[in-house]
Design a protein around this ligand. Sequence first.
Ligand code: ZN
Ligand code: ZN
Length: 250
Amino acid sequence: MFRINTDLHTHTVASGHAYCTVNEMARGAFNKGIKLLAITDHGPNMPGGPNVYHFGNFSIVPDKLYGVRIVKGVEANILKDGRLDLTDEELGYLEFVSAGIHRLTEHKLNNKSDYTEATIKAMENPHLDMITHPVQREYPIDLERVAIAAGKNNVILELNASSYNPNKFKTRGIKSESLKLLKLAKKYGFKLAVNSDAHFYDIIGEYSTLNFIFESPDFDSELIINSKAENIINYLDQRQKRLNKLKKTV
Ligand SMILES: [Zn+2]
Ligand SMILES: [Zn+2]
């Protein structure tokens, strides 16, 4: 069976609608054999979400808890024209930046064309690493155009396990669209990440709702960037070097 020992998308109490602390999440990850856990609380436009101080102070959390590498990240909100709800300076405090479109965040996006354009524009931000749940019923996008932009800007697109959780109030995923991402990743040369979007510790690393992806004839484990912790450690190292270089040139 294909094993993934990282999780790049999880939330803590700081998000306002998740239920564990960083410490509880780290211990939960350890108990599940997860070696690297990104904490990606929502950006400040989410009602009840953390303010900018949360992100500016994040570096005080140790890099390792219970032997698990804790990556300090964010799931920012994509707003009109592809703006994010943290400035580039604030994003610069973080090790991993993901972003997605969310309800109740005053995004002022109204239709498929808006969602698509904003997502593509957000991907041009040099800090951005990953688009979360690019496939969601409520915010349909032109997947092919987003895929082209992902290839061009080296942005990861997510396969979000929580989108197919049958216990959730409503399922937001569309299986045929998520499956399409496998073909598009090969065609346009971007990576995918398999993440839980856990809002509670025992959901960390739970990917079985994505079995339809793993069992697809188009599935190729090489497409999944976060299957091994070493790959992500290497990725984080490269991204930091790239951003440092960029800082020097401006
Ligand atoms: Zn999200
Ligand atoms: Zn999330």
